[in-house]
Design a binder for this molecule. Structure first.
Ligand code: ADE
Ligand code: ZN
Length: 335
């Protein structure tokens, strides 16, 4: 199964680029940019990773970003992830970035997106890995800040496929951002939002995503299983759910394997993703392997999850069909 998963052509739809910042790159950028780090070595930094819920993770995640200052830093970050993705047989990725986490530190929007975009172009030409970018608003900042960020992004609209919503969900419901998402939709962007696992008012938040915002996808969304009416809407609209099992193991102490199986049984389009792989120490293959080894998911279920990623990806019909054919050809060879 390990080799089967490793060689299977895959898509990733829920990965935060800032969450791919490996300790070694942190140290290299800190040295280059003259930024002081609290730890002596990458190993010591890694040993200090101590998350047990969303806020404790986010505190470490935002602090680490301080080493990202220049366009080349964002290039390196993205390029390292895309090389890793290529090694893992990820042929297509939709990647999140958090511009407000940088503009709030004085790094211009243009610096962030140009560095990322340059790495995307290189990955396409040198590695054959196709990617798209999703701009996330930080939900613990104001609605006005989200609108301002959307205005900053519109000149680069050709480089962005959609908008998302991440960061601390507590007291920051989807409806807080109704205007920013409505304007993004009018501008032709796709919409997704995090509904992190076991958050306060999670069923209300999922309902707002579906009824008020009109999302095209939900990130995490595992708790939708608790409400059959929500499941019905998600199934009828063929909405993807981007589940992140190893991330869940850190944040809610469960791989949520039983929930993922239940989604498949209900005909929901669950997909598997890494979220913040440098922090949770698991890229996409390790997530799929954990689901098989620790969660008991079968080869058939793993294949369905991987196919779902291509089915719900923001691709044109022709590209989608090509990727699904790649998977089917692989399955025939592996049979
Ligand atoms: N930002 C990066 N990772 C996140 C997650 N898992 N939930 C919310 N915001 C995030
Ligand atoms: Zn996430």
């Amino acid at each position: 199964m390990k080799a089967f998963i490793e060689n299977l052509p895959k898509a990733e739809l829920h990965v935060h680029l800032e969450g791919t910042l490996e300790p070694e790159l942190s140290f290299a950028l800190a040295r280059k940019n003259g930024v002081a780090l609290e730890y002596e070595t990458p190993e010591a930094l890694l040993a200090a990773y101590d998350f047990h819920d969303l806020p404790s993770f986010l505190a470490i995640y935002y602090k680490a970003m301080n080493v990202l200052r220049h366009e080349q830093d964002f290039f390196e970050l993205t390029w390292q992830y895309l090389q890793k993705a290529h090694q893992q047989k990820i042929v297509y990725a939709e990647m999140f970035f958090d511009p407000q986490a940088h503009t709030s530190r004085g790094v211009p929007f243009d610096t962030v997106i140009r560095g990322i975009h340059r790495a995307q172009e290189r990955a396409a030409s040198e590695l054959g890995v196709q990617t798209k970018l999703i701009m996330c608003f930080l939900r613990d900042l104001s609605a006005e800040s989200a609108l301002q960020t959307l205005r900053q992004a519109l000149p680069y609209q050709d480089w962005i496929v959609g908008v998302g919503l991440d960061s601390d969900e507590k007291d920051n419901p989807p409806v807080k951002f109704a205007e920013a998402f409505s304007r993004a939709r009018d501008a032709g962007l796709r919409l997704t939002m995090h509904c992190d696992v076991n958050q306060q008012n999670t069923l209300l938040h999922i309902r707002q995503c579906l009824e008020t915002i009109g999302v095209d996808r939900i990130d995490h969304g595992v708790n939708s299983l608790e409400d059959p009416a929500l499941c019905d809407i998600i199934r009828e609209r063929s909405l993807g759910l981007t589940v992140c099992p190893v991330s869940n193991r850190f944040v809610v102490q469960s791989l949520t394997a039983a929930e993922i199986r239940r989604m498949l049984d209900l005909g929901l389009r669950a997909t598997i993703n890494s979220d913040d792989p440098a922090y949770f120490r698991a890229y996409l293959n390790e997530n799929l392997l954990a689901l098989h080894q620790d969660g008991g998911l079968t080869r058939h279920e793993i294949v369905q999850l991987v196919k779902n990623s291509f089915l719900v990806a923001w691709l044109d019909d022709e590209s989608r069909a090509e990727y699904l054919l790649q998977v089917d050809e692989y399955l025939q060879r592996a049979a």
